[in-house]
Every structure is written in C-alpha cells, then in structure tokens.
Design a protein around this ligand. Sequence first.
Ligand code: AMP
Length: 544
Amino acid sequence: MHGQMMRQPLLISSLIRHADTCHGDTEIVSRLTEGGMHRYTYHDAHQRSRQCARALQRLGVTAGDRVATLAWNNYRHFEIYYGTSGMGAICHTINPRLFPEQIAFIIKHAEDRVMLFDLTFLKLAEALRPLCPGVKHWVVLTDRAHLPAGDTPWLCYEELVAAESADYEWPDFDEETAASLCYTSGTTGNPKGVLYSHRSTVLHAYAINLPDVMGLTARDTALPVVPMFHVNAWGLPFAAAMTGTKLVLPGPGLDGASLCELFQQERVTFSAGVPTIWLGTLAYLRENKIRLPSPHRTIIGGAAASPALIHALESEQGIEVRCGWGMTETSPAGTVNTFKSKHAALSTAERDAVHAKQGRIIPGIELQITDDSGAVLARDGVAYGNLEVRGHWTCREYFKGAGGSVLRPGGWFPTGDVAAIDPDGYMRIVDRTKDIIKSGGEWISSIDLENQAIGHPAVAGAAVIGLAHEQWGERPLLVVVRRPGHPVTGEQLLDYLRPKVAKWWLPDAVVFTDAIPLTATGKIYKTKLRETYEGYFKSGPETP
Ligand code: AMP
C-alpha cells in the first residue's frame, strides 16, 4: 500500500521560488569581474533567472541542452544556475584552470550549445571558439559598455536578459531530469562528466543544511570561496536559497586581502573553501593584525586541513572549523566534522584527534572500507582500506558512460581514497590510493607527513611524495616552501619530525622549492611533483 502524501518532483526551481517568496529582500552581494561590487536580492535573482531562461530559449536552447559557463562566483552565474536548470536544460560549469586542450575536449564531449563567460576568460574563449564549432552562441557576462571591441561578434548577456520579460512559469518535469554537469579534474586521463539531477541536487541541499553539516540559516551571511565552477560550489547556491541565507560571492578576488575585505564589510558568518585558500588568508590576517568578525564557521574540504591550520584559525580568529570530505562524484558532501556531546569529556589532545578527521557520515550517504579482495573491513578506527560510497547524491556512472561501469558489487562507488572509519561514524582519509607511499611492504600516509611538516613555524607549504627506491620500493621525499624570512634546513625539519612520526616514516630527503604546484581544483599536484623529482633517490643527494 502506498502512502497518501502529495508527490511533487524535487525541482531546483522550487528553491529560488521559495527564496523569492520568503526571503525576497535578502541580499546577494557580488564582487564584479568588471570591478566594484553589485548588490541585489533573491527577488531580483528570481526575476532575472526567468529572464535568463527566456533568453536561452531565444538562442535555441531546449530541455536537455548543455549550456556551458566559464565564470566566477557572481550573481550572473547564480541566475544562470537557476535559469538553465529551471527550464530543463543543463548547466555545464567548466573549470577555467584546466588546460585549454582539456576544456576543448570537455566542451565537445558535453556537446555544449551556448557558452557564457566572464570577461576574465576572454582570451580563453577566443582560443576555444575556433576549436568548438558546436557552440552556436558565445555570450560575455557583462554589459554593453564592457563588451570587448573587435571583429569577433560576442553576444552581451545584459542585453539578452534585458530584452526578456520575467513572466515565465518554471515548468514541471521528472525530478530525475539532469540539472548540471561537472567534469572531474582528470589529472590522469581525460576528464569525466558527473551529471547531477534535480532530485540529487535538492536532496543534497537539504542534507548540507542539517545543523551538523553546513547548517545555513536565514541569519547567516555565507561566502562560498569554493568556486561555482567546481561541484556547484559544494551546493551552496542551492542550500542558501533554501534557507534564505545572504550570499556574498567573491568573484575573481580569492586572495587574502580581497576575501578579508568581504569578511569584514559584509560580516560573513559562514565560509567554505579548500585549505590553501585559508593558508593565504591566514598569512594576510597575521601580517595585518586583523581579527575577523565573530561568529564565523568555515567548512574546509577538498584536501586535508592540517591540525596546525585548524588550531590557528580557532585560536587566533575564533573561527569554528569543520573539516569535510567529498568528491565531484558525491555532489560533493560525504562527511563533515562536528563533535558529539560525549567528546566534551575528552582531553584536548583526544579532541584534536577527532577534529582532524574528515568527519561524520552525512545521512543520505553510506561509506564502507574494503581490502583489495573486496572484503569489508572493520569500523574500528584502526583498520584502513579502499573507501567506497553510495547514496542519494552519488553518481552511478559518468556522462556518456565514460570509463565504463564504475560501481562495485552492492552498488558501491570506489572513491580512490584510502580511509579508516570509527564506530562513531567518523571517517579519516589516510591518503589517495595513488599517493600512498608503499615502503618495504608497509604504507606511509603522505597526508599525515604533510600535516606534521606544516606544523613547523618556518614551513609555508609542504608536500610529500613517494619516489622509487632500490631497497624499499618507494621512499618519501618532503618538498617544502619556506616561510619568507624563516631560514630552515632539511636536517632541522627532519629533527622536528623525528619524535612525531614512526621511524620508518621519516622522509629520506627534504627539498626546497618556491611554490608547490596545485591542480585545477586546488589540490597538491602530486603527479607533477613525482615527474619533477623522478629518480631522485637514485641519482640525487639525500638530505645533508
Ligand atoms: P574532487 O572530485 O576534485 O573534488 O576531488 C575529490 C578528492 O579530494 C577526494 O577523493 C579526496 O581524495 C580529496 N579530498 C576531498 N576532501 C578531502 C579532505 N577533507 N581530506 C583529504 N582529502 C580530501
């Protein structure tokens, strides 16, 4: 027997409609690519999303078509999110930090019909245009005054929108309809597309609004540093509309000074981003002796946040840090770290150990760890193995079947991460499978070593990679960026690490560099580092 409740499809348009109805005067503040700030409200955003949908229709976009964006976090991108998905088309957000050949590949693979891009990406669009004949319209996200001059006929977003009326009714359709498309960064091989549905997006928005996840409220001011071109800014544009949270969209200004200006001026209470963003911002705050407004909670994900970073943000700035884990394939929220009441009784060191984990499993997601034979391992916090995930907002295959069938028996998605899960449901990432260092049959976590190294006051950045070694198979190399004005030797760093890590974990050598290469999604680019230092333990010197 079925229940007798109404069955309404979970559609993204319902979120912006709700925001307009209940939070119509709540602001969305954007730093403009053209310079200056822009402010409008959820009511305005709803109006313009419908005008945007009409404008896209006029360009020939119909349900199921892919509409590409190369854009920062700003109000135009926000209304394109809603305009495209609301009309049944698919918003394909492209990460501009990918190599141009990868972007061209993605555009062709997705069969994008229209490209909407911020002025920052004009050069990129010029290079892409001849390579992507399938894209029928190239629209610059700006007004007539800022439209680039020259022979290339770019369309002007503001003119397209202004020409349309907002009397557009969002259509009803199946909640399983595709809403947005995001390609994985593809550091090895071609990027693969993850196609989110309306249902997965709305359920994900409900889930991240749980109090122990991101828990946005109508009293919060949220600044998503995480880009709208990467996993839909972790779903925040949807979650914020659901709760009527004021949004502050930082545009291209992702440096410490620009972010701190917004944190202070708009009295931001919530932020979200990768650890490297906070490393830069923290340095700026220290240099300029700034204390950010309180309260402020921040979700740090995408890569491991070191205990040193968590401590600094909490003790120096009073920011509540919540670590989170997820992937493009999981929309992305999988775990977020908050304490349970029983943790109040723990010592500081014990609490720190819980805090540094990637967090508790979010309801709607299941996690398990398995060994290489596929046997499920214990959730005792000690055993670690291949992390597998399933849930309402986890992908079951890639766009157009790229990579073939990906799920393991039981419908589990293999994450490529190695992790441990404890009896309280907290997951700890040990490493990426491909980054873990296999030394003499034992495993060394590159993340754990990095977390320790970054705790040294002279270290601004640290990466650990495994390199071929004749005797042990692989041995760790520590790559360090020194903090300006803080001379430190490799031997001093190894002395610092010695009491903190198992003897056989100690890196065989330390090398210094000016900058650690990052991937398009802000993670340490370990493939590149391994290429750079290939053969180091065969030919290179060991630490002096
Ligand atoms: P992406 O799909 O580009 O967002 O990358 C997902 C991958 O980032 C995961 O599979 C992890 O390897 C890594 N990752 C995400 N969050 C964390 C975290 N909190 N700690 C460590 N690694 C993380």
